[in-house]
Ligand binder design. Structure first.
Ligand code: NDP
Length: 495
């Protein structure tokens, strides 16, 4: 890959990497299959990518197994593994212009966000996780069984890990999984979403350049029902780490039964964001608007259910609607665009279906509510008000720039409402009262709670779901519970 200096992105420049990466080689699919990749800003095909079929999954598993069992990754010192991961973080930054360009073409997010948000965020994940490669330790354990025993635990890698990632933050979510899996000494097969396969391939290329040996990170784009399903059923894959819908998560649970794979599942959300009457209202409006509209609402933790105290309800709803109206929605390569299109035509249909259902079920459209009538998959930032708990737009994940405002009067009532969801990924609290903040944070049935902020992420902060939002955690040192297994060694010293 060529390192570029601060360039103006050229959407028409050809894409370098479009084939499968297996054991350090760029190869076509065994059956020659390819699929189209669309630019969501225009709805036009801009490249084609090899589509991994079952035979390619087998090849990738064989390669990753070999790299795990015999290969240099496992035998490398932790310090050398750490250095390679740090170098990969550096290479992401050095190539940020080109990676950002490709992410914008593929996913639609504005170039400034892809270049200055997504790429540095992925790089930080490798830098942070590189530090853990040297710190994965066991314990010594005093036991009470008769005799003189020396007992200790070893934290060992699980083996071959399949990472299946979605299309909303393609590079960032790949980094969330690949960085800790490799830091723990596993080998990885990465399957990006069919809508956004390209930056995963670039990550694979840079991993080789960073000195990560062939087979340690294989990248095989393809479709979920074929490539993904083959991976989840495969007896040669020891663990699947998945981010995506709860429906597909359930399918993965079923498919992984054969060899009882370990699973990490980061699934959907319908997160409640609560604004109390004593909040800094201006900050709450700005933070809550960003918490739903960022990335066109295609974020699992998006604050999509907005609970506002009756005393400030009208002011907050009007304030968020004003922000929504002024957001510049447009092509990711237009420097004035603040949010881009939805990632695919199929997703556009899904989101516009919810817009119609909101109206037909009787919610009030304060602003937006329509597709933006142009080429590409654009939806106007939308605020629904006066919604009822039983409406689909309140219960189901929309995954678009759509917030639903609901009124509350007291704290107990709002906590009950916030928790009345099958999901439990995240939540927000806006208040100046420290006691309200901590009490409600403790009562939230959710894996992440933000107080007077929203969607703050950091590699050191564990992230994952309660209830049907998933199993396991990404990030922080917690993630190593999911990418290692514990072995207990008991030595009889009386021999
Ligand atoms: P999916 O959960 O189907 O897709 C996520 C990933 O899973 C993709 O890589 C997909 O492959 C893969 N996949 C699909 N089916 C299987 C399978 N049977 N076995 C293994 N892997 C599979 O999400 P959708 O793209 O269908 O989006 C639907 C909804 O899911 C969204 O509207 C949103 O509500 C939610 N979602 C949540 C995300 C989150 O961050 N939690 C991220 C994305 C979606 P491929 O795309 O190549 O077919």
């Amino acid at each position: 890959m060529t390192t570029t200096a601060n360039h103006t992105p050229d959407p028409t420049k050809a894409i370098d990497r479009t084939r499968l990466l297996i054991h350090g080689e760029w190869v076509d699919a065994a059956d020659g299959a390819e699929f189209d990749v669309y630019n969501p800003s225009t709805g036009q095909v801009f490249t084609r990518v090899s589509e991994a079929g079952p035979e390619d999954v087998n090849r990738a598993v064989e390669s990753s197994r070999k790299a795990f069992e015999e290969g240099p990754w496992r035998n490398m010192t932790p310090l050398d593994r750490s250095a390679a991961l740090w170098r990969l973080g550096d290479l992401l930054l050095e190539n940020a212009d080109e990676i950002g360009r490709v992410e914008t073409l593929d996913q639609g997010q504005p170039f400034s966000i892809a270049r200055h948000g997504s790429v540095p965020s992925a790089a930080r994940m490798f830098h942070y996780m590189s530090g853990w490669a040297t710190k994965i330790e066991g314990n010594t354990i005093p036991i009470s069984a008769g005799g003189d025993f020396h007992v200790y635990t070893r934290r060992e890698p699980i083996g071959v890990v399949g990472c299946i990632v979605p299309w909303n933050f393609p590079l960032v979510i790949a980094a969330w999984k690949v960085a800790p899996a490799l830091a723990a000494g596993n080998t990885v097969i990465l399957k990006p979403a069919e809508q956004t396969p390209l930056t995963a391939l670039m990550l694979g290329e840079l991993a080789l350049e960073a000195g990560i040996p062939p087979g340690v990170l294989n990248v095989i784009p393809g479709f979920g029902g074929r490539t993904g399903q083959t991976m989840t059923e495969h007896m040669g894959i020891d663990k699947i780490s998945f981010t995506g819908s709860t429906t597909t998560g359930r399918r993965i649970v079923d498919a992984s039964k054969g060899n009882l794979k370990r699973l990490s599942l980061e699934l959907g959300g319908k997160s409640a964001n609560i604004i109390f009457p004593d909040a800094d209202i201006e900050a709450a409006i700005g933070g809550s608007a960003n918490g739903i509209f960022f990335n066109a609402g295609q974020a699992c933790a998006a604050g999509s259910r907005l609970y506002v105290h009756e005393n400030v309800y009208d002011e907050v709803v009007a304030g968020i609607a004003e922000v929504a109206k002024n957001i510049k929605v447009g092509d990711g390569f237009d420097p004035t665009s603040e949010i881009g299109p939805l990632a695919s035509a199929q997703h556009l249909d899904r989101v516009t279906g919810y817009l119609q259902s909101g109206v037909s079920e009787g919610a009030r459209t304060v602003t937006g509510g329509t597709q933006i009538d142009t080429q590409g998959y654009y939806v106007a930032p939308t605020v629904f008000a006066d919604a009822r708990e039983d409406q689909k737009i309140v219960q189901e994940e929309i995954f678009g720039p759509v917030v639903v405002a609901l009124k509350f009067t007291d704290t107990e009532e709002v906590v009950r409402a916030a928790n009345r969801s099958a999901y439990g990924l995240a939540g927000g609290i806006w208040t100046k009262n420290i006691s309200t903040a901590h009490k409600v944070a403790a009562q939230f049935q959710a894996g992440s709670v933000w107080v007077n902020c929203y969607q703050v992420f950091d590699p050191a902060m564990p992230f994952g779901g309660y209830k049907e939002s998933g199993w396991g955690r990404e990030m922080g040192h917690e993630v190593f519970n999911d990418y290692t297994q514990v072995k207990t060694v008991c030595v009889n010293l009386d021999t």
